[in-house]
Design a protein around this ligand. Structure first.
Ligand code: AMP
Ligand code: ZN
Length: 133
């Protein structure tokens, strides 16, 4: 993926504010942070999204997230943390190299990350359930 900026960042060809690195992943500070400490975990190998990420890498990714999330909260004195991951343009993905967002949250930080609850009838919910059986 010669023109993928996150490939270059993950592999150290473009400098980044790296908060964690191992043989498979790099975690960096987001350049347009939703809040203080907004961190992205990127695989060094190119995968477009969650669907392409192999299962073993997904497990390793969760190990990295389990290490970093509590560190972000404690060191930055955050009150909470969102873990977000967008897949596809329709879901808000803008960089087509897999990345997991760790977003520390602070009381009244004004970050607008949550959705408005929708409405669905019992019949519609049952129909969805049937589709997933
Ligand atoms: P998404 O919308 O889930 O694809 O998220 C892309 C994220 O990457 C956004 O939060 C951007 O602020 C961030 N971003 C884009 N380019 C860079 C970069 N060069 N270094 C660090 N973060 C970046
Ligand atoms: Zn890439």
């Amino acid at each position: 993926m010669g023109d993928c900026i996150f490939c270059k960042i993950a592999n150290g060809e473009i400098p980044s504010r790296t908060v964690y690195e191992d043989e498979e992943f790099r975690a960096i500070l987001d350049l347009g942070p939703a809040t203080k400490g907004h961190t992205l975990i990127l695989p060094k190998e190119h995968f477009a999204d969650f669907f392409e990420l192999p299962e073993e890498k997904a497990h390793h990714l969760m190990d990295v997230a389990k290490k970093l999330a509590p560190k972000l909260v404690s060191r930055l004195h955050a009150d909470g943390l969102n873990i977000i991951q967008n897949n596809g343009a329709a879901a808000g993905q803008t960089v087509m190299h897999y990345h997991l967002h760790l977003i520390p949250r602070y009381e009244n930080d004004g970050a607008n990350l949550l959705w408005t609850p929708g409405k669905m009838s019992d019949e519609e919910l049952d129909e969805v359930l049937k589709t997933l059986e």
